[in-house]
Design a protein around this ligand. Structure first.
Ligand SMILES: [Fe+2]
Ligand SMILES: [Fe+2]
Length: 142
């Protein structure tokens, strides 16, 4: 079974593509290697390590996107900087996804989460949807 989403994520930029693939791999690793283990406290150290890795990969990737936004704005006239609002919205989504990763991690660490796997699956969907819709809009691929 192909674990990666079936949609095409090819952008015009190989760096973005590579980073997106790394995010999908990290999400898959969390999902497939821990499917039965999310609710087992003895497995939580491993899950926390994988969540840390996902956080680092996402953080790095969203810094890359930020650089592209800044570069892109330099090339368009100031009167068209309405796009700034769109970029702000995009950045807010990045921030809230990072917060979500941290929240899941903290809840697992403190044994506060009743159903960590459910939260993770929602987060996975949110990240994939973001790449598939919001990134596709900004970084233009079909
Ligand atoms: Fe992205
Ligand atoms: Fe993005």
């Amino acid at each position: 079974m192909n674990k990666l989403p079936k949609t095409s994520f090819e952008s015009i930029d190989p760096i973005l593509d590579k980073e997106h693939k790394n995010i999908f791999k990290a999400l898959d690793k969390l999902y497939y290697s821990n499917k039965e283990n999310w609710n087992k406290p003895e497995k939580h150290t491993k899950i926390i390590k994988l969540l840390d890795k996902l956080y680092r990969i996402c953080y790095k990737h969203w810094k890359t996107e930020d650089k592209y936004f800044i570069k892109g704005l330099q090339n368009i006239p100031k009167e068209h900087h309405d796009i700034n609002k769109e970029i702000q919205k995009h950045r807010e989504q990045h921030k809230s996804m990072l917060k979500c990763i941290l929240k899941i991690k903290t809840e697992i660490k403190q044994n506060k989460s009743r159903n960590p796997s459910k939260k993770f699956i929602q987060m996975k969907k949110d990240i994939i949807n973001h790449i598939n819709n919001e990134d596709a809009d900004h970084f233009h691929w079909s």
